[in-house]
Design a protein around this ligand. Structure first.
Ligand code: NAD
Length: 250
């Protein structure tokens, strides 16, 4: 069954003029970074309302930084897994136009993907909330929390917290990619965070085929998705690339 769907997806990708991937935290789970809503997700341990909103950060940056430090050390150690690599291969083969990612972990770029639209920012930079300076995370020693800028302002990772706007350029580009693709691969996202979860709808309204890759069904599965490849993103995406390559040789 899954094999048939992989074949069907491979064929659909080869036939599409433009393919875009939307990725979420699930694609990085096999790299050792827990997702938010999975069984061993971060939110089992940290209540999002207490840790992931901009109001919570401003009210108590020290507390939120304790969680960020824990996640940051996982991100720092993480390497791209076969799912990130498979998407980079698809791009190299000329079969993937771009990746819109909700992740902030840089793993798509580390895998070799060139066109990555970071919808929620990137944790490798810190933004000073007082003077607006962007500081490289590597320049900062996380000893006393929160880390501070040379102007003494509080530094915040340059990522989108709940309650913050999506970076304008990334939002525009993502909508453009969604509205102009013929097939969208939606990988490892529970699709509950807006406005990222609207992108498959934009794509579908413009006539695209929506293919999910996820361990489980999501709110997209019933109404938006054409078909779902159920299982591990690294196994399924690797199998997909293999299928595309072998069909290309045949
Ligand atoms: P989520 O945690 O809400 O959902 C993850 C989804 O991935 C789930 O549907 C789960 O079933 C699926 N999944 C888990 N492991 C998988 C695997 N091995 N293969 C295939 N599917 C798998 O994640 P989200 O929808 O991206 O929303 C979370 C938000 O938190 C995002 O906005 C993201 O910015 C942020 N976040 C980022 C990271 C990261 O950068 N790696 C990690 C945690 C959270």
């Amino acid at each position: 069954m899954e094999e048939d769907l992989i074949k069907k997806t491979a064929q659909a990708i080869r036939r599409s003029k433009k393919v875009v991937a939307l990725t979420g935290a699930g694609i990085s789970v096999e790299s050792g970074i827990p997702d938010f809503r999975g069984p061993s997700g971060l939110w089992e341990k940290f209540d999002p309302m207490e840790y992931a909103t901009i109001d919570a950060f401003i009210a108590n940056p020290q507390k939120v930084w304790a969680m960020l430090k824990e996640m940051g050390s996982l991100v720092e150690r993480a390497e791209p897994n076969p799912a990130h690599i498979a998407l980079a291969q698809l791009e190299k083969m000329g079969l993937l136009s771009s990746i819109v990612t909700q992740n902030i972990d840089n793993l798509h770029q580390a895998a070799g993907s060139k066109r990555v639209i970071e919808f929620h920012g990137n944790s490798s930079k810190l933004l000073c909330l007082s003077c607006g300076r962007l500081v490289d995370q590597k320049e900062i020693v996380l000893e006393s929390l929160p880390p501070r800028c040379s102007c003494s302002g509080v530094l915040k990772p340059d990522v989108v917290f709940f309650g913050e706007a999506i970076p304008w350029k990334a939002h525009l580009e993502a909508k453009e990619e969604a509205g102009s693709c013929e097939l969208m691969l939606v990988v490892g996202t529970s699709a509950v965070v807006a406005p990222a979860c609207d992108l498959p709808l934009i794509a579908k309204r413009a006539g695209a085929t929506i293919v999910e890759v996820n361990l489980e069904e999501t709110q997209l599965t019933q109404y938006i998705t054409h078909w779902i490849l159920k299982g591990s993103a690294s196994i399924l995406l690797q199998a997909l690339v293999k299928e595309i390559m072998s069909a290309g040789r045949g």
